[in-house]
Write a protein that binds this ligand. Structure first.
Ligand SMILES: Cc1ncc(COP(=O)(O)O)c(C=O)c1O
Length: 402
């Protein structure tokens, strides 16, 4: 039979039928044109990749340890890297972190996918910030979870709203299982969770016997002029938290190396789920990261990276200050890659995008970040990719349009 004669839809799973392209990836594919200033792509700047050092490390790793680096490896991850990540977790405040609680993953994205599949049955409820990271929403969707959105303000997730929404879901007979949160320099909003709310979030999880999925890829990316944020949730109560972090933003996302730290029984399940997904993450990538850690390459570059992104954020904030419409409001991040802009209630950011692209600037309309379909009048601006000069020009163009 020819492909055109087969009705593939009938052969798909229920999940397969509901899969839709990720709004941002679709958009960034359209943005190949170099004349477009892209405030859409949330990727690290390639200028921060240590090309020479990585080339040297990669060739050394292959020459000296190729038998391990080019071989299949343990699903948990390369032993040396698991040990190094355990040290990182201790430095982040988990005093008693152990290698048995760590699983290396192919990006945090895989960690989100595996964590969701291990803890959620179809129909289980996951509490999600409004707005939240699209990749996290996709992972929860793929586990067929129902997502309930919780308000956020400049101090992060609103604890009162969280309590109310959990109570309501329970009263409706639904099973609430977890809270998905990005407490540091959130993607897409740029806001961070206030210290007192970190404590309260743990209390809510304890009270309702929930797990917290703490997604923390931007932990190290606080700005040079700022201080480190309060301890992550996992440091307050490791037994309640599946914690994810990544080398994507501090080294390079192309090496797809990240980790999950979870209570041992959950880490074991995630490890088994990972075996079915990819047997193990790339040993070569992990060996390179292990070397980049042990030679101090990553730590050495962090101060420059923090300055690099702060200058870009400053350029964006200054340009917004100068030109944004009177009724617009925006976040003022202390780290990370993103500013979130809220326009007048009657403005539809998706409708305005074609005109923006026409005038040579792109952003991501905010609605796909909201699991309750709100946020039509919002948009995400990333300052990670473009130079400060192009950011200023891009925001000026955008402001003229708005
Ligand atoms: C909040 C959040 N979580 C996870 C990821 C995925 O990171 P990784 O490259 O480690 O898969 C990203 C990437 O942008 C992110 O912003």
């Amino acid at each position: 039979m020819l492909e055109t004669e087969i009705e593939y839809n009938n052969l798909l799973s229920k999940l397969g039928r509901t899969l839709r392209p990720n709004a941002i990836r679709k958009l960034t594919q359209m943005l190949g044109r170099s004349d477009i200033i892209s405030l859409a792509a949330g990727a690290p700047s390639a200028e921060t990749f240590p090309l020479e050092e990585m080339a040297e490390i990669a060739s050394r790793v292959i020459r000296e340890r190729g038998a391990v680096a080019l071989q299949y490896g343990p699903s948990r991850g390369l032993g040396k890297l698991v040990e190094a990540v355990t040290d990182i977790m201790r430095a982040r405040g988990v005093d008693r972190a152990r290698p048995a609680e760590v699983v290396m993953t192919t990006g945090s994205q895989q960690g989100l996918d595996l964590a969701a599949r291990v803890i959620l049955d179809p129909g289980d409820v996951a509490m999600v910030e409004l707005p939240s990271y699209i990749g996290g929403i996709i992972a929860l969707h793929n586990a067929q979870a129902e997502m309930v959105g919780v308000r956020q303000d400049d101090g992060g997730i609103d604890i009162t709203d969280l309590r109310e929404k959990i109570d309501r879901a329970r009263q409706e007979g639904r099973r609430v299982k977890c809270i998905y949160t990005i407490p540091n320099f959130q993607n897409p909003s740029g806001v961070s969770l206030a210290a007192d709310r970190r404590q309260q979030l743990i209390e809510v999880a304890d009270q309702h016997n929930l797990l917290i999925i703490e997604d923390d890829p931007y932990y190290e990316l606080y700005f040079a002029s700022q201080s480190r944020l309060p301890a992550p949730l996992v440091a307050i109560k490791p037994s309640r938290v599946i914690y994810l972090s990544s080398f994507s933003k501090v080294l390079a996302p192309g090496i797809r190396t990240a980790w999950v730290h979870a209570p041992e029984p959950l880490a074991s399940k995630i490890e088994i789920a990972k075996e079915g997904a990819d047997l193990s993450s790339s040993m070569l990538d992990q060996a390179i990261v292990a070397e980049a850690l042990s030679t101090g390459l990553i730590a050495r570059r962090l101060p420059d990276i923090r300055e690099f992104y702060e200058a870009r954020c400053r350029a964006m904030l200054d340009a917004l200050e100068k030109g944004a419409p009177k009724d617009a409001r925006w976040t003022r991040p202390a780290g990370g890659f993103f500013i979130f802009l809220e326009l007048g209630a009657d403005v539809d950011a998706a409708d305005r995008l074609p005109a923006a692209i026409e005038s040579g600037v792109a952003y991501v309309p905010g609605q796909p970040f909201f699991v309750d379909d709100a946020g039509k009048n919002t948009l995400r601006l990333a300052y990670s990719k473009e130079t400060p000069e192009r950011i200023a020009e891009g925001i000026a163009r955008l402001c003229r349009l708005l």
